[in-house]
Write a protein that binds this ligand. Structure first.
Ligand SMILES: [Zn+2]
Length: 689
């Protein structure tokens, strides 16, 4: 106490000295009176205490051994670890979360070129010791002397298991010291045992709530971070009224292994993957436990994480960066095209109906259709234009300039852009810098990615025929070349959509001329997106993969996961707006309005999901009255709450068909997917249909 008081006085004195002498003197007198008084009071009421720093903020966590187990005991949570099989159980306030024990194959290494499947708990030497940093407290497990039959595997694994912060979140860190052997994959910490949860929550596209006994088989389309299986790098479980969250803090080379057979149960395991052949850097995951909570709590905890790490960039900040973005708020999205040309090698090529392989609409015809749309009272729109390049959509990338000659070439595209400007529409191009067509002018196999075995990817699915994949390290140069060429020719483009970047998980490249890790790949893709913005453009990509959120203003779509694919079918599990609970106020997201549209469960009306999620509406070129009413309604709602946080989502009955979303201004949207009705409160100024 005395020391602190003295320090305070000195500190105040320091401030005082910088002021005028008279004022300073007066101030000193006041300080004297203040401290003199409090010192007297203290002396009368409590005994003088020796100076100590007992409460310096250390976690109130004890580490000890009991009955052969290691215990990490905090005020809320207690972790018990069985040293023999590394099985962990978390005793949270009113719930127990048990993890499965270490299993054969939870550690996969490469030893002198041979892949070996090991078990973490089988380490020949296992040393467990207390570990504390001052902000987290727990244990360190040092594992070494791994072997497979008689083969010694020279790798050391360190596992750190600590409770951190007031909420006593469980932070688990994995570090490998890789000598002659390197770590290819590691599954740790282990999955939550099926007896400990009723539901699994996965940011599988927009979001999935999956009952443990869901009758159908469920598979994630992708299982690494930032693909459709995990738009965001986290998942969780619900148990009664409680919940737990698994949050990957080092997500780039991570993901999960997921299983859900018919009737369940679900198993989701954390999977760390090598980066360019090594585990390379420490991997960290945070497990959070909520005594009362569900998928909304998980999304909000993750939102706090992205806010605290600076990863969250709000739409308001994006508008500050580029005022054009503001024109998209409450604006419909028009998706249209110039040329669809299908090469004979493409999987889409139609031998029997050759006319379908070349569908052309000139720039001037499209411009006229937009004028007609404007005359129907559409005062604002974002126009996404496919197929404007030399040989149309998905052809010749990354060398697609000049604009399609048959459709009007440079002059036609200039007039199209000018029309958009005149009618107040924001015109952005579709573009692509990952697919690398073999007949592109600059194609050279030395610029493609190579996998770890030196193989070059090849395919001919898309319209343009034979393609490989351009290394992300070379993408920015092509973006610069093309985008600046359009601008310098006087085409008034106001943005670009860079296809697949924000939906395909990052690529590694093992080509010695341009090696790229997954983290590098995301950085290079981000550079491309940022370049568009730096040149005044609205920035967009395919789907809302978390890594891209700081770079992009809007995406093509971010709806729900369906069986067998997002094209059509019933939902996998129960759709929940996990992405929007985190990022609604950070990204513009359009919705298709039709029944069973892309990413919309087959019996659901896309319009209702669009309303509940308060997204932008897709608008066709020749809309009828019903479509116009829907688009006006969604636009008015988006204008009101498009820049606000989605604060909650609730199911209103056990059918999961009636649900309510709430936004930061108190606006509530109730949708009923069975009766195709909705209710917005407070009501919108426009007439609801
Ligand atoms: Zn490369």
């Amino acid at each position: 106490m005395a020391n602190i008081r003295q320090n305070n006085t000195l500190f105040l004195f320091g401030i005082v000295r910088s002021r005028t002498p008279l004022f300073g003197l007066l101030f000193l007198v006041l300080i004297y009176v203040f401290f003199g008084d409090s010192a007297t009071l203290a002396a009368e009421s409590v005994p003088v205490q020796a100076a100590n720093q007992n409460n310096w903020g250390a976690p109130k966590v004890q580490v000890f051994q009991r009955e052969g187990k290691w215990i990490i005991e905090g005020q809320r949570n207690r972790i018990e670890l069985n040293p023999s099989d590394l099985q962990m159980t978390v005793y949270a306030q009113s719930r127990t979360w048990s993890m499965i024990p270490s299993f054969p194959g939870d550690l996969i290494v490469e030893n002198s070129g041979t892949r070996l499947s090991l078990r973490l708990a089988d380490a020949g030497k296992k040393e467990i010791s207390p570990y504390q940093t001052g902000f987290k407290t727990g244990i360190k497990i040092a594992l070494e002397e791994f072997a497979r039959k008689d083969v010694k595997v020279d790798v050391q694994i360190s596992l750190f298991i600590c409770l951190e912060g007031e909420q006593e979140e469980l932070v688990c860190e994995l570090i490998a010291t890789e000598k002659t052997a390197t770590v290819m994959e590691c599954f740790w910490p282990q999955a939550i045992a099926e007896s400990c949860f009723d539901y699994t929550v996965v940011p599988f596209m927009q979001g999935m709530l999956l009952g443990k006994d869901w009758p159908k088989k469920v598979r994630l389309y992708d299982t690494v971070s930032y693909g459709r299986g995990l738009y965001m790098p986290w998942w969780g479980h619900q148990q009664g009224k409680s919940a737990m969250l698994v949050l990957l803090e080092t997500p780039e080379d991570g993901g999960c292994r997921f299983e859900h057979p018919e009737g369940g149960p679900t198993k989701i395991e954390l999977r760390w993957i090598h980066s360019l052949g090594k585990l390379a850097y420490p991997r960290r995951v945070r497990l959070c436990f909520f005594d009362e909570g569900n998928y909304v709590t998980m999304a909000k905890r993750y939102r706090r994480h992205v806010l605290e790490t600076g990863h969250f960039v709000s739409l308001k900040e994006k508008i500050n960066r580029n005022p054009l973005v503001e024109r998209l708020v409450g604006s419909p999205v028009v998706h249209t095209s110039i040329l669809y040309h299908i090469q004979p090698e493409s999987s889409y090529y139609q031998k029997d109906e050759p006319a379908k392989n070349h569908q052309l609409v000139s720039f001037d015809e499209r411009a006229e259709q937009l004028r007609q749309l404007s005359k129907k009272g559409i005062k604002r729109a974002y126009v996404h234009l496919d197929g404007w390049g030399f040989r149309g959509y998905d052809n010749l990338h990354p060398d697609i300039i000049p604009p399609c000659p048959e459709a009007g070439g440079w002059e036609g595209m200039k007039r199209f852009a000018e029309t958009c400007d005149q009618i107040g529409f924001v015109f952005a191009i579709h573009d692509q810098y990952r697919d690398y067509y073999l007949d592109a002018k600059s194609y050279d196999p030395r610029h493609t990615i190579l996998d770890r075995n030196g193989n070059r990817p090849h395919g001919s699915t898309w319209y343009g025929g034979k393609q490989s994949i351009l290394c992300s390290r070379l993408a920015l140069g092509h973006v610069t070349k093309n985008y600046l060429s359009l601008l310098s020719h006087g085409v008034k483009i106001r943005g670009a959509y860079l296809d697949v970047f924000a939906v395909v998980p990052p690529d590694e490249c093992y080509n010695p001329e341009h090696p790229v890790s997954r983290a590098d790949c995301l950085k290079y893709r981000g550079n491309c997106l940022d370049f568009i913005r730096a040149n005044g453009g609205v920035v967009s990509s395919e789907e809302p993969a978390d890594w891209a959120i700081p770079h992009i203003d809007l995406v093509h779509h971010g709806p729900y996961a369906l069986v067998p694919n997002p094209g059509r079918g019933p939902a996998m599990g129960i759709p929940v707006p996990l992405f929007n609970l985190v990022y609604h106020d950070a990204l513009l997201l359009p919705w298709s309005l039709g029944k069973g549209a892309w990413g919309i469960p087959e019996n659901d009306l896309g319009y209702l999901h669009g309303l509940a999620n308060v997204g932008l509406a897709y608008l066709s070129l020749n809309p009828g009255e019903e479509e116009l009413v829907r688009v006006r309604t969604m636009s008015a709602l988006h204008e009101r709450v498009g820049l606000l946080e989605m604060t909650s989502h609730e199911f209103l009955d056990e059918s999961f068909r009636k649900q309510r979303t709430t936004f930061a201004d108190g606006t509530k949207v109730i949708i009923d997917l069975d009766s195709d009705t909705f209710e917005i409160s407070p009501k919108l100024p426009v007439v609801n249909d």
